[in-house]
Ligand binder design. Structure first.
Ligand SMILES: Nc1ncnc2c1ncn2[C@@H]1O[C@H](COP(=O)(O)OP(=O)(O)OP(=O)(O)O)[C@@H](O)[C@H]1O
Ligand SMILES: [Mg+2]
Length: 226
């Protein structure tokens, strides 16, 4: 299955009225494909990811993850769904300062109630897949910005999510490292068959996408050719 948003509308309180951040957005992302999302600052890109991640419930419309409709789920059910099926990569890695790269990944398995025995091997395997086998025992302050972002990506994949949501993963990186991170996300999308949504400002990264959509004032449109 995949990620499916139907007629999603999201508003935020704005003084006496409400600001419409997403306006009847419909989007389907099949497994094993990458959809890039572009659009001006404030257009609703992060809001779209937050709704897809089930971190914010929309005012109207539905979000379906891996065939599971999320409407009406309790907070606990949503948390469990996120832990097992959704990988989220934010702009800032938010790694825990005291943990090694391997441990950052193991925590995710632990939160999902998986056996610690398998988790260590899986963490090593994923760190290897993102090119960090040699850095597996380092803590965040011993890693470069690009390496931290790769740990962040590996961590998001730890529980084999169906859906991978990535918000501007390259904005803190130089061009070359940014391109390497997007390349990595593309490869992992195909190899692990995730339904991936990548928000990016950098049009250079769009070549890797199976599909590009643009958000403008909360509405989704096919992206203009640049
Ligand atoms: N928690 C919030 N409360 C109120 N308004 C919000 C909130 N979060 C975002 N907004 C507003 O919703 C709109 C969409 O914001 P969003 O963060 O989704 O934009 P974005 O496309 O990700 O922008 P950027 O490229 O700058 O990250 C903006 O007008 C923003 O000011
Ligand atoms: Mg944003």
């Amino acid at each position: 299955m995949s990620l499916h948003l139907t007629d999603v509308t999201l508003t935020y309180p704005d003084g006496d009225s409400r600001l419409t951040a997403l306006d009847r957005v419909t989007l389907t992302v099949p497994r094993g494909s990458l959809t890039a999302v572009v659009g001006p600052s404030g257009s609703g890109k992060s809001s779209l990811l937050a709704v897809a991640a089930t971190l914010i419930a929309p005012d109207a419309g539905t979000v379906t993850v891996d065939g599971v409709a999320t409407t009406g789920m309790t907070r606990g059910e949503l948390t469990a769904l996120r832990r097992s099926r959704i990988g989220i990569v934010f702009q800032q890695p938010n790694l825990l300062p005291s943990l090694t790269a391997t441990e950052q990944l193991q925590v995710m398995a632990q939160l999902d109630g998986r056996s610690p025995a398998g988790a260590r091997g899986r963490a090593r395997e994923l760190l290897d897949a993102v090119g960090l086998a040699a850095q597996a025992d380092r803590r965040p302050h011993q890693l470069s910005g690009g390496q931290r972002q790769r740990v962040n990506i590996a961590r998001a994949l730890m529980n084999d999510p169906t859906v991978l949501l990535v918000d501007e993963p390259t904005s803190a990186l130089d061009h070359e490292r940014g391109a390497a991170v997007v390349d990595l996300i593309t490869r992992l999308t195909h190899r692990r068959a995730t339904a991936t949504v990548l928000v990016t400002h950098d049009r250079v990264h769009l070549a890797a996408a199976d599909r590009v959509v643009e958000v403008q004032d909360g509405r989704l449109t096919p992206a203009r050719a640049s």
